[in-house]
Design a protein around this ligand. Structure first.
Ligand SMILES: *Cc1c(COP(=O)(O)O)cnc(C)c1O
Length: 358
């Protein structure tokens, strides 16, 4: 039987995406060729790329608003470098919000391009909340934030009102909740958290912020070159882009982001109410900043770990041990994880309480 897959990434995708992907590997579009062996310049694949780029903008409500969607390689981690390369003005500065491991990696890269101001950090509290009340310097080239902190289980519920361009790493919550995406100037997301398999990164960028940094940018790192080449400057990751398109189509058929948001909220409500109710567990993130995607929690008494671990494994659950920097457990509830899987975990938590209080 299929596992209840709580993996933090690469992660669960819709079953129909697995089936259609498998079919395309054997025979893509009845061409008697595998998607793995066709040219990225073939008509069949050019259509895939065009549809994927258009559908990403459509789902985000950004069609016709001056944005371009790109499917690049190199992971979200390459964007940590591409963002300052393209956006930080020579002799300029950028503002960063330090909300965890990934934000930190982004800050490290920016530092080699210019003044990198950390306007807020929750590092001292092991990133258990989102810093608030920070201010942004008017003359920053951009403000960078991480909408969902995959490792620490926190999520930004609001974003600053500012004239400074906003860049957001949405790797682990893109397409999971409704936001006014037009407030962002550049959004990026590694596919493998909520959109597809590992191997491609979605970049959504407002065209008019590009070309202003005054830097000479190597071709492969230049957003303008990728836009001009319609996201095919070089051979793109064909298969991950195809599987991402299938996931976006699945999401559209379901009713889009607004529809999945309701389900995601129901899943989060179910797990967090059990974490708060069950005397054996406690959440690690501040309640108001809790992520709807990654719920991080601990056993109050570690001595129950062996029996709890045995119980969730027996229930067919996979992928809930926490990241080493937080410990405990992390239930990643990306778009494709059904509510029923969360119910299975909650039932195990309830059962554990019965067993240990006997
Ligand atoms: C996983 C993750 C990354 C790193 O993604 P790669 O594609 O492995 O480079 C960056 N940011 C966030 C928020 C993530 O969850």
């Amino acid at each position: 039987m299929k596992k209840h897959n709580y993996s933090a990434g690469p992660c669960i995708l819709p079953q129909e995406v697995f089936e259609k992907s498998a079919q395309a590997i054997l025979n893509f579009n009845n061409s008697d060729l595998s998607i793995l062996e066709i040219s990225h310049r073939s008509k069949d694949f050019v259509v895939v790329m065009e549809e994927a780029r258009a559908l990403a903008l459509e789902l985000l409500g950004l069609e016709g608003k001056g944005y371009q969607a790109l499917f690049l390689a190199g992971g979200a981690s390459l964007e940590f470098l591409m963002v300052p390369y393209n956006l930080m003005k020579v002799d300029g500065k950028a503002a960063y919000l330090d909300t965890g491991t990934w934000a930190n990696n982004a800050i490290k890269e920016a530092k080699s391009f210019g003044e990198t101001l950390v306007v807020g950090t929750s590092k001292e509290q092991n990133y258990n909340h989102i810093p608030k009340g920070f201010s942004l310097p008017e003359n920053a080239s951009y403000f960078h934030c991480t909408s969902n902190n995959t490792i620490f289980g926190t999520q930004m519920k609001s974003f600053p009102e500012t004239n400074v361009p906003i860049v957001c790493d949405m790797s682990s919550d893109i397409f999971s909740r409704t936001l006014d995406f037009s407030k962002f100037d550049l959004i990026y997301a590694g596919a493998q958290k909520n959109m597809g398999p590992a191997g491609t990164t979605l970049v959504v960028v407002k065209e008019d912020i590009l070309g202003k940094s005054g830097r000479t940018i190597p071709s492969m790192l230049d957003y303008e070159k990728h836009i001009k080449a319609e996201s095919m400057y070089n051979t793109p990751p064909v298969f991950p882009i195809y599987a991402s398109l299938l996931t976006l189509q699945w999401l559209k058929n379901l009713g889009g982001i607004a529809a999945i948001e309701k389900i995601n909220n129901a899943k989060a409500e179910l797990i967090y109410s059990e974490i708060d109710r069950n005397p054996l567990f406690k959440g690690t993130a501040t309640v108001e900043d809790r992520s709807t995607m990654n719920a991080t929690f601990l056993l109050n008494d570690e001595c129950h770990a062996p029996i709890f671990d045995k119980m969730w494994k027996e229930a067919g659950i996979s992928g809930i041990p926490g990241h080493r920097s937080v410990g405990g457990y992390r239930a990643s509830m990306y778009n494709a994880l059904p509510l029923e899987s969360v119910q299975v975990l909650v039932d195990v938590m309830k059962k554990l309480e019965k067993v240990v209080t006997l």
